[in-house]
Ligand binder design. Structure first.
Ligand SMILES: N[C@@H](CCC[C@H](N)C(=O)O)C(=O)O
Length: 283
């Protein structure tokens, strides 16, 4: 069978996007992994599958698969790519779209200037709901329930945890370029205190409205940008008193703008979404 797909990216976080409204798709994790392979497949950090929603008042459902073949709850850059996709394909004429994901409904908006803003919902901050096992840990003196010690290679790393639908651990580093993203990222991702694994963020604070960020993503390794990672990093920075909303998040693939007004309020994410090419692959 031939599968039609669109190759897209959001700040360099790249996707294979599949219209599952007009095509039937029922892949195993091994098939998703093969499609994501950069040498033997199309190549992508994530695969996004667009379906009609069965829920009343919801326009679409979109499913997210990491490069390792696992299905996951949320993807910020993917949400923007999704909007560009359904708009360009003429699947909707709405400016504001309600989309069901594994972790709930999000509401992206296509702005008049072509930019895309996504209401990513309120961050989940209770450690057990991230999920993060904080049992027996003593939080930092200044930020008791906000900054936790995590043992990595017998050293303490101070992390903040948050779920944007998917789990994140964020640490503040002096210089993101020399941060041990590839050495410590996999150790944090698979740390036993994160029962569902975790996306590991390394954030350098430039000023109260600007950070640099690298993320070692669960199931994908380091990507050029991570939308939910940017949201989680800004939430962590604001809670720690280091940042004020809005914050420009510079990643290796481009800039995102993140706004958050505090606990219980939604995180708003704005950034690019680009179509690269259309293709067809024998599966
Ligand atoms: N790149 C994404 C996040 C994709 C999912 C993540 N790797 C996970 O496993 O939770 C983003 O832009 O948010």
């Amino acid at each position: 069978m031939k599968l039609k797909f669109t190759k897209m990216h959001g700040a360099g976080n790249d996707f294979v996007v599949i219209d599952a409204i007009s095509q039937h798709i029922d892949f195993t994790p091994a098939q998703w992994k093969a499609l994501a392979d950069r040498r033997f497949g199309v190549g992508a950090d994530q695969m996004l599958v667009v379906e009609k929603s069965q829920s009343p008042g919801v326009d679409f459902r979109y499913r997210i698969y990491n490069a390792d073949g696992g299905e996951v709850e949320q993807c910020g850059n993917g949400a923007r790519a999704f909007v560009r996709f359904v708009t360009e394909k003429g699947l909707t004429e709405k400016q504001s779209i309600r989309v069901e994901t594994m972790s709930g409904i999000i509401e992206p908006t296509l702005e008049a200037d072509g930019g895309i803003t996504v209401d990513m919902g309120a961050p989940i901050l209770e450690p057990e709901r991230v999920p993060f096992d904080a049992g027996g840990l003593q939080g930092s003196q200044v930020h008791q329930d906000i900054v936790w010690p995590l043992d990595i290679n017998s050293e303490h790393r101070w992390i903040s945890v948050a779920s944007m639908g998917n789990p994140h651990a964020v640490q503040v580093v002096d210089d993101v370029e020399t941060a041990p993203v590839h050495q410590e990222g996999p150790l944090i991702e698979h740390h036993p205190r994160f029962p569902k694994r975790v996306n590991a963020g390394f954030m350098q604070v430039l000023d109260r409205h600007a950070v640099k960020l690298r993320v070692y993503e669960r199931g994908a390794g380091e990507t050029l940008a991570c939308g939910t990672g940017a949201c989680a990093a800004v939430v962590a920075g604001i809670r720690r008193g280091l940042l004020d909303s809005p914050v420009k998040v510079s990643t290796r693939g481009g800039d995102l703008s993140i706004a958050w007004q505090g606990e219980g309020r939604p995180v708003m994410m704005t950034g690019p979404a680009v179509t690269v090419f259309e293709g067809e692959i024998e599966v």
